[in-house]
Design a binder for this molecule. Structure first.
Ligand code: MD3
Ligand code: FE
Length: 216
């Protein structure tokens, strides 16, 4: 194999456990990054990114869209999964095959051989966007993991405990990192610190996060 200082080939992925049940697969998505970004554009052309309202009446700084049988929505009535995009009234786009195969492969690496996501939430962070500490508990079966994929600008992820008051640990997440959150980590509080403005060659000053879930 030839190698030189200008070689742009991606690094080999490696695994880092964060805690019981949570495994980071560093750079696991870096070889399929361009295809994932193209698929995000395709989903967003049918179901555009929007800033949803929290039940408390605040507008989220993170823009979101969904694909799959179920999409996660929030408005003044609360948080829930539903089959239709509330903006257009039509069903969410299907989960692109590039998304699905990556999520299933990552879950299998972490020991979840039968993960079959029916929901994918796509978050878009521009500089200034953040996500406060919360739990993901709108899904029906907490024995199923959540698989998250980070693309574009790096951020600092906050990983807390089972109570909001527990001080979170900081985990930097970069382009291509995939995390599988299962077992006793599944209901831990988590969030994302404010995106600064580091540019990524493929996305500019933008970060996307895909989360694959079994909602129904
Ligand atoms: C830990 N998204 O969409 S992904 C979310 O980067 C969300 O956009 C963040 O939290 C983001 O709900 C974080 C990582 C993540 C996702 C789900 C988890 C971590 C998790 C569920 C349980 C524990
Ligand atoms: Fe979450």
């Amino acid at each position: 194999m030839t190698m030189d200082l200008f070689d742009q080939s991606p690094e080999e992925p490696w695994a880092e456990p964060i805690c019981e049940g949570a495994l980071v697969l560093r750079r696991f998505a870096s070889t399929c990054d361009a295809g994932l970004l193209k698929a995000i554009e395709q989903v967003a052309s049918q179901a555009p990114f929007r800033h949803m309202q929290t039940p408390g009446g605040h507008t989220m700084s993170v823009a979101m869209t969904c694909c799959g049988d179920w999409g996660w929505v929030t408005d003044t009535k609360g948080y829930r999964y539903q089959h239709q995009d509330p903006v257009s009234g039509v069903p969410w786009p299907a989960i692109p095959e590039t998304f699905r195969s990556l999520a299933i492969e990552a879950a299998a690496k972490a020991g979840y051989a039968d993960f079959d996501p029916d929901a994918c939430l796509i978050n878009r962070y521009l500089p200034g966007a953040k996500m406060g500490l919360h739990q993901d508990k709108d899904e029906s079966d907490f024995s199923q993991p959540i698989v998250s994929v980070s693309l574009g600008s790096p951020i600092v992820f906050q990983f807390g405990g089972h109570r909001r008051s527990e001080r979170p640990q900081k985990v930097p997440l970069e382009h291509g990192d995939v995390v599988v959150w299962g077992g006793s980590s599944r209901l831990r509080y988590h969030g994302v610190l404010t995106l600064k403005s580091p540019e990524h060659p493929l996305t500019g000053a933008c970060r996307y996060n895909l989360t694959f879930r079994r909602a129904g």
